[in-house]
Design a protein around this ligand. Structure first.
Ligand code: NAD
Ligand code: IPM
Ligand code: MN
Length: 351
């Protein structure tokens, strides 16, 4: 029997709550299939670690994570107690140091969940986010801090190699789906970075002639995702655009609590990272009402990445059946706690 070694980084706020729930579900799936085991090691990085050691993660945390088969993260951030750019640094470091350049964020509607748009057409999109460079590169500085003349400079870096590999990844994904790709740009105002994106799209699109490719400026994309979300298939964009649009696709499909993500190193030179799209949700943390669906589906993406395709399908199907049967946490109009909803999903597992 294969044992997959998983590093757990529950983090802060509801991060710990949804990770606990996911471990319950994945362990049950592993036992039910009888074909693999998951060996977890959990790290208390985030606020708890900061309070004891004065830093959110040990200096060598990347070395610690490197040998694992995958990393599973809950959420990081506790803005009332520590500035976000401190708590969140390890997450961005993992994505960049492990070259997790393909961030895959599916969002779909589920029978049983009513979204805010009151539409009946099903939504089924995947946001593919460039995850290793762009606007998230740590490059800049502040001059004359705290004075009226203070100046902040932050420079994004977009490389041809980075843009091309994420576009190719997104085209390949579109080929396995409905063969539609929309690239997000803002080349009407940002005359260098997104003009490069436009040019690379134009160059490689002919190699994927079976995929219908187009592009939209980010502002137009936010409008169209509200007006006609069901028409999108694969959306690909830069680090920041992908971040913003994946909260929007969460919103239009019913709740950010439903959406999973995978941060992949497609070449498998480093462990990939799986996490729900949402954050630590301080407004509901500690109340036991977080929706663990996004974390469950991130668990399914992790199982699939580890080669456990049947087990991944079991998780997805159990989530769909539980939601269709009306089981729901408060964010999607129900009354169940995280634990009660988890039990409902476990009850809907079909071997
Ligand atoms: P958030 O995603 O934590 O919450 C936004 C809203 O969605 C809140 O009203 C919250 O209650 C709700 N929500 C989110 N997940 C939910 C779930 N699973 N079930 C039910 N409701 C859910 O975003 P925020 O409030 O802007 O950020 C809070 C903190 O999390 C900040 O520190 C932020 O930087 C951080 N953050 C971390 C990640 C991550 O770890 N990947 C992602 C986004 C934000
Ligand atoms: C996400 C989050 C992160 C991001 C934050 C926590 C740094 O919003 O994963 O979507 O901006 O990438
Ligand atoms: Mn985000």
């Amino acid at each position: 029997m294969t044992t997959h070694r998983i590093a757990l980084y529950p983090g802060d706020g509801i991060g710990t709550e949804v990770v606990d729930a996911t471990v319950v579900l994945l362990d049950m799936v592993a036992r039910t299939t009888g074909r693999f085991a998951l060996a977890y090691e959990s790290f208390d990085w985030g606020m708890p670690h900061y309070e004891r050691h004065g830093r959110v993660a040990p200096e060598d945390f990347l070395t610690t994570l490197r040998p694992f088969d995958a990393i599973f993260l809950g959420a990081v951030g506790w803005p009332a107690r520590l500035p976000d750019h401190v708590t969140l640094t390890p997450l961005i470091r993992m994505r960049q140091a492990f070259d997790l350049y393909a961030c895959v964020r599916p969002a779909r509607t589920f029978p049983g969940v009513t979204g805010p748009l009151r539409r009946t057409d099903p939504i089924d999109v995947v946001v593919v986010r460039e995850n290793s460079e762009g606007e998230y590169i740590d490059n800049g500085g502040i001059v004359a801090a705290g004075t009226p003349g203070e100046v902040a400079v932050q420079t994004a870096i977009h490389t041809r190699r980075g843009v091309e590999r994420i576009l190719r990844f997104a085209f390949d994904l579109a080929r396995t789906r409905r063969q539609r790709l929309t690239m997000i740009t803002k080349s009407n105002a940002q005359r260098y970075a997104y003009v490069l994106w436009d040019r690379v799209l134009e160059e490689i699109a002919p190699q994927f002639a079976d995929v219908q490719a187009d592009k939209l400026h980010i502002d137009a994309a936010t409008l169209e995702l509200v007006r006609r979300p069901h028409t999108f298939d694969v959306i690909v964009g830069s680090n920041l655009f992908g971040d913003i649009l994946s909260d929007l696709t969460g919103g239009v499909t019913g709740s950010l609590g439903l959406n999973p993500s995978a941060n992949l190193n497609p070449e498998r030179r480093f462990p990939s990272l799986f996490e729900p799209v949402h954050g630590s949700a301080p407004d509901i943390a500690g109340r036991g009402i977080a929706n663990p669906t996004g974390a469950f589906l991130s668990g399914a993406m992790m199982l699939e990445w580890l080669g456990e395709t049947d087990a991944a399908g079991m998780v997805r199907q159990a989530v769909e059946r539980a939601l269709a049967a009306g089981h729901a946490t408060p964010d999607i109009g129900g009354t169940l706690s995280t634990t009660q909803f988890t039990s409902a999903v476990v009850d809907h597992l079909v071997p």
